[in-house]
Design a protein around this ligand. Structure first.
Ligand SMILES: [Zn+2]
Ligand SMILES: [Zn+2]
Length: 147
């Protein structure tokens, strides 16, 4: 776990994150491709460990029943994907390019590998998850008791 800082392209949104994961994942789903223009690379952090400045400059889009995507209203930078339902609610995947420093981050998992473009090259040795397997994961975390 590492503390990191970051910001959007224009600097209207800045953040500091405590205890971020030391791994990142890649998502090749079509929504991520359309949102960021390519595969999404994200680092996990819990909402309670995320301190955001410039919140008034953030717009959030509910992109599915269980998650929203945040952007800077001024420059349009994608910021994070946040779970809004299910047992992992409050988890954020911060777009890796926002971070001031990515030292020590290692790729752990690729999601939606069956949607992956052949323009994306990543090193061997990571877990690869298909869209069918992701559907099972979503089913698992969204059917949990929401107390
Ligand atoms: Zn901005
Ligand atoms: Zn995705």
């Amino acid at each position: 776990m590492t503390d990191r800082t970051g910001q959007c392209m224009c600097g209207a949104v800045t953040f500091s994150a405590k205890d971020m994961a030391d791994t990142f994942s890649i998502c090749h789903c079509k929504m991520c491709q359309r949102w960021v223009g390519s595969a999404l690379k994200g680092v996990s952090v819990k909402t309670e460990n995320l301190t955001v400045h410039g919140s008034k400059n953030i717009s959030a889009f509910q992109s599915s029943e269980f998650a929203e995507r945040a952007n800077c209203k001024i420059c349009g930078s994608g910021l994070w994907w946040r779970l809004t339902a299910g047992k992992y609610v409050g988890n954020n995947s911060i777009l890796i390019g926002l971070l001031d420093d990515v030292d020590g981050l290692k790729l752990s998992t690729e999601y939606f590998v069956d949607y992956k473009y052949n323009t994306v090259e990543v090193p061997e040795g990571r877990t690869q998850v298909t869209s069918a397997e992701v559907a099972d994961i979503i089913q698992d975390f969204t059917t949990e008791d929401k107390t």
